[in-house]
Design a protein around this ligand. Sequence first.
Ligand code: SF4
Length: 292
Amino acid sequence: MTNFKKVPFLTCEVSPRRKVKINLSGCNFNCKGCFAIAKRDVGRTLSVEGLLDLLVKSCQIIYGGLVDDVQMTGGEPTKDRDYLLSLIKGLRKLGVSRIGVSTNGYMLDKDLVEKLKSLSVDYIKLDLKAYTDEIHKWYTGKSNINVLRAVRLLHDYGLNFYVRTIFTPNIIDVSEIEKIAKFLSSVDKNILYRLFQFAPEQLDVKLSRKPTEEEMLKAFDVARKYLNNVEFFVYPENKISGYKTAYDPNYKIVEVRADELLENFKKIDEIAMSADKNWNVQFLTMNQVLSS
Ligand code: SF4
């Protein structure tokens, strides 16, 4: 393997579940609501073997041994499919039993879906940003034709997947959610659909506002008209009773961050430590881990 990729950080969830998210850098979309550090081509340049070594050493320090559950995310992890596929093969060799990929779906063509299937990838998280193509193009810079095709391919190949959308007032609102739910139901009414709330505090530019409780409940009810499995994630400070929150109060993560990027995490750390969130986020640097 000679392929290299920049890796900005690993997210090691310690509580309530043990799971590592590998953030691979670079993205083929340019979403207006994106605050991901991994969107840009930044981080430590690592071969697949180098990344697996970082993973193993990080897990040893944080959990005392390798985790069973690893998800590739980004950025867009399918942007470099050879790297992604080599990484999945390497994880299987290490004995990781549950492997997932979080993707915007644009590169998920027949060839890649077949390969992910042949590697028995356990689940795919697919972001469907908008159904109306003009909105999708405006929001991401790309058409959603490939993404809609990816939903059908994942379904037809029998991969385990679910679809997510961020409810963003006046942009991706109730009418868009209804169109997405309708489309998903035309593929299969049992597709799991998860709705998340737009979080304006994470963006440097003003795009939209936090959805109201009424709007979120309306979107949830509209989606449920078409689909049997709809889940609704809110931030704890919204206190909408009876719905899953996006962050468990026992949520604890340790990030393994590229030393050269530490400045870039300041804002996200401030948000995490703010009074209304109080998330338990700690970090190690890649140099610390690799020299252990
Ligand atoms: S697909 Fe994800 S990482 Fe890429 S620009 Fe959009 S939100 Fe950011």
